[in-house]
Design a protein around this ligand. Structure first.
Ligand code: HPA
Length: 273
């Protein structure tokens, strides 16, 4: 079955507007100022950010429901920060490798923009190419290389991607933790992990981090006019850099170990935006 966003005559921005209207009426919050997508290892940040106003199953919101097999779609949370701002916390990510199309991948970002968010925080669990990041480093994304051969933009829509990952927001993050390092995120399609040869290619072309999510979302966030902070939790060293085979279990375990530390860090950063 075709994903609702991919049906004929559907305007993805109109569906995002409808989704934002639903969030507005369910939460009673007229404008969300900041949105955060919490990837592997980051979900505790939702509890630390502030007071939860409401939590909505993502499948209740238009465009987030999956067409055929109903998996666990996750939730959307409206949180009031201690500085009085409102954050929309997106715990429901659609990955490109799920094959629902790139409109589905970026629907949450477009919805966030329509709720009024001016800042989009994109987090993920990813593989590290720099060996010093072994053991669960949090790394700021400074730029990306999109190897998915896809784009969320449709038609002749030439969007500039200079300074895509906001230097201003990165410097605020470094005020909170001066030891934060930066790296270039390389998005592969997945869901297989990269081969060691692909990791060497990523390194040669300027990459520091390998992952399967954030670049396409960041492009859509820029198109929507939001300022972007990207952060990766290095759950493992990338294939071939680490000598043992990669496993999803290892990624999950590293996320669980790092979760309290990096979630606290993120909460401290976001309240300064
Ligand atoms: N590669 C791609 N995605 C990932 C990895 C990786 O090594 N680890 C966690 N997500």
């Amino acid at each position: 079955m075709t994903h609702p966003l991919n049906q004929d005559n559907v305007d993805p921005f109109e569906i995002a507007q409808q989704a934002a209207d639903q969030i507005r009426s369910i939460s009673g919050i007229k404008k969300h100022d900041i949105a955060l997508t919490l990837g592997s290892g980051w979900s505790k940040a939702a509890d630390l950010l502030g007071e939860t106003v409401c939590e909505i199953p993502a499948s209740d919101i238009i465009g987030f429901s999956k067409p055929a097999v109903q998996g666990h779609v996750g939730s959307l949370r409206s949180v009031r920060l201690s500085n009085g701002k409102h954050a929309l916390v997106i715990g429901a990510r659609t990955h490109f490798y799920e094959n629902h199309g790139v409109r589905a991948v970026v629907h949450s970002v477009r919805t966030a923009a329509k709720t009024g968010a001016e800042v989009m925080v994109l987090t993920n669990g990813a593989g590290g190419i720099q060996p010093q990041w072994a053991g669960g480093a949090a790394v700021l994304i400074s730029d990306h290389i999109n190897l998915t051969a896809s784009s969320p933009l449709e038609g002749a829509n030439f969007v500039d991607l200079t300074n895509l990952y906001s230097p201003r927001l990165r410097s605020i993050a470094k005020e909170v933790d001066a030891s934060l390092e930066e790296g270039v995120y390389v998005q592969f399609r997945g869901p297989h992990y990269e081969t060691p040869a692909e990791v060497q290619m990523a390194k040669t072309i300027g990459g520091d981090i390998v992952g399967m999510s954030t670049a396409l979302e960041a492009i859509a966030a820029r198109e929507s006019g939001m300022e972007i902070l990207g952060m990766s939790l290095i759950t493992n060293l990338a294939a071939g850099i680490q000598k043992t085979p990669l496993s999803h279990a290892e990624v999950i375990e590293a996320g669980q170990k790092a979760e309290a530390r990096i979630s606290k860090l993120l909460a401290e950063i976001v309240v300064r935006f």
